[in-house]
Design a protein around this ligand. Sequence first.
Ligand SMILES: [Zn+2]
Length: 433
Amino acid sequence: MSTTYLIKNVSVVGGTPTDLLLRDGVIADPADAPSDAETVDATGLVALPGLVDLHTHLREPGREDAETVETGTHAAAMGGFTAVHAMANTEPVADTAGVVEQVWRLGREAGYCDVFPVGAVTVGLQGERLAELGAMADSAARVRVFSDDGKCVSDAVLMRRALEYVKAFDGVVAQHAQEPRLTENAQMNEGELSGRLGLAGWPAVAEEAIIARDVLLAEHVGSRLHVCHVSTAGSVELIRWAKGKAAKDGTWDVTAEACPHHLLLTDALAETYDPIYKVNPPLRTAADAEALRAGLADGTIDIVATDHAPHPHEDKDCEWAAAAFGMLGLETALSVVQQTMVDTGLLDWAGVAERMSYAPARIGRISEQHGRPLEVGEPANVVLYDPAASRTVDPAESASLSRNTPYRGMELPGRVVATFLRGRATVLDGKLQ
Ligand SMILES: [Zn+2]
């Protein structure tokens, strides 16, 4: 028998405090609470539907020194997530039914968070020929999101074919928008600062040119495009324009994500020359961050995705140009969204639930189980969050195997108190169970 939880006096998605009963994996009527139910006093806490991350790097198979499916899903649970999409840039690459089924199975065995593997668009992420998209879609992992993330599908013909192919099974191509020739050896946002620091610049147009091309391709073939980690104000403008066009047409669709680090941090941090701030796409200007926040608030950017990218210290504790791109994100995402979007009045908790649970579940086509409203009869995927708490981020406390958080030493608002996956507590009293 699984434990039955009676959560008392909780603000469900920011509403008036009420009780929630989690029994046999689903949300039940609190009036039916059995006398032996475990009571959780949730006064002051907000209940949100279990968070869904469309963009996580779990590193297994191949880089188990950076993260494993088990440690990555521990970090996910600690961050309030009940589902994550695991990116395909593993070793071997997740470009066959065999590899995606392996990752999916490892997630089930660990049991902390549902893992939905992303399939590679091209064989070995080489950008030369399409991977077995249909076989991955038909596999036990039921892949619906395809991405060469880490690399851009820069060949327009391959991108067109991928967009055409995924229509057969209602899939989506998630593009890492980075024009390769414009970003050769690029290290940080191109601007006055990159010139002064002597670090090769990464121009905004390298992202925007690919997004412009891809929305036109998605329209041309009538397919679904998702834009990963939007980082520039110009990209937000392009997506706003494309969404207007797609809404009128109704035969194609474009969705987009922003990462917490791009909402909060800026390229000024590169002045430290500390590669903890090195990420792909790079941290941009304060004006870009402001445009991302506005785009997320008005729905131009559909979702927040973490781009959780663990790296062992030897890949980060070196000079800037030699360091790996990427930063941790799962355990801090909700706090950063609170700071940048909720505490600023740009979003309420219903808006956060939409952008961190409902919408990513819809885009990934996992809405039968995740991103559901917290209503009787629905799966008991729930996070309890204390927005009044605050903490100083200590990398040593991370559940991830890696320590590369750009928020170390920073005070962030909020704390995940509990996470429930189908009614089982994966986190309770802020501790992994
Ligand atoms: Zn990427």
